[in-house]
Design a binder for this molecule. Structure first.
Ligand code: ACO
Ligand code: ACO
Length: 150
């Protein structure tokens, strides 16, 4: 498996991006401003992450996803580590990530990769998403914000 930049002439892996973020409108908007990296195996895109500069010296992983058939094999962890190294190489001092209050596995993964919880953006998903979203039997309402010094 190789992790590389999505080439300008390649189609966006929209199905994957929508796994992490159900809002096509938000995805299309931040993908344009950010750097889209893909995990490729046998010429097929099986994972993606998007890095977006947000504030001076700060970058955020705004989207990360692995094809359902390939989840649980360590690819997500490799993508998070790649994003951290990539952000460091680009000269950023802080990397951030945010996920829903219901995303138990994602919160475990990010903390295993060195992120620490820094805050809660209350009602984020109520303000920014039209439909109600449920995961692990929990309604997604708040955004848990995590950060790591580079
Ligand atoms: N408790 C403890 N640890 C857990 C739990 C849990 N409930 N769930 C997962 N983990 C751990 C795993 O054990 C593993 O750690 P390990 O390597 O120590 O065993 C790690 O978290 C996940 O391992 P990977 O196999 O590397 O993850 P995967 O390849 O499945 O990718 C991802 C993770 C990207 C979250 C994937 O499941 C996915 O695409 N999900 C749907 C989209 C999504 O939710 N994306 C994130 C939204 S937030 C955002 O985009 C900023
Ligand atoms: N992802 C999603 N849901 C989960 C996960 C997970 N990783 N882990 C647990 N849950 C859910 C279960 O699915 C279940 O929900 P459900 O009824 O919808 O299926 C619920 O959480 C737990 O169910 P119970 O069986 O009622 O819980 P249990 O009898 O095991 O008691 C407790 C929970 C008290 C935390 C017990 O595990 C325990 O004693 N742990 C050790 C002591 C401890 O950690 N106590 C809490 C410390 S904080 C404090 O004391 C204030």
């Amino acid at each position: 498996m190789e992790i590389r930049t999505l080439h300008a002439d390649e189609q966006l892996p929209m199905e994957l991006l929508l796994l992490a973020d159900p809002s096509r409108k938000l995805v299309e908007e931040y993908v344009q401003r950010g750097q889209c990296m893909v995990a490729v195996a046998d010429n097929v895109i099986i994972g993606v992450y998007v890095l977006l500069p947000t504030r001076p010296e700060t970058v955020e992983i705004v989207n990360i996803a692995v094809d359902e058939r390939h989840q649980g094999k360590g690819i997500g962890r490799q993508l998070v580590h790649h994003a951290i190294a990539n952000a460091k190489l680009l000269g950023f001092k802080t990397i951030e990530i945010g996920t829903g209050n219901s995303s138990v596995g994602q919160l475990a993964l990010y903390q295993k990769c060195g992120f620490r919880i820094i805050g809660v953006d209350r009602d984020f998903f109520i303000r920014h998403y039209e439909e109600e979203i449920f995961e692990n039997g929990i309604q997604v309402v708040d955004m848990i914000r995590l950060s790591q010094d580079l």
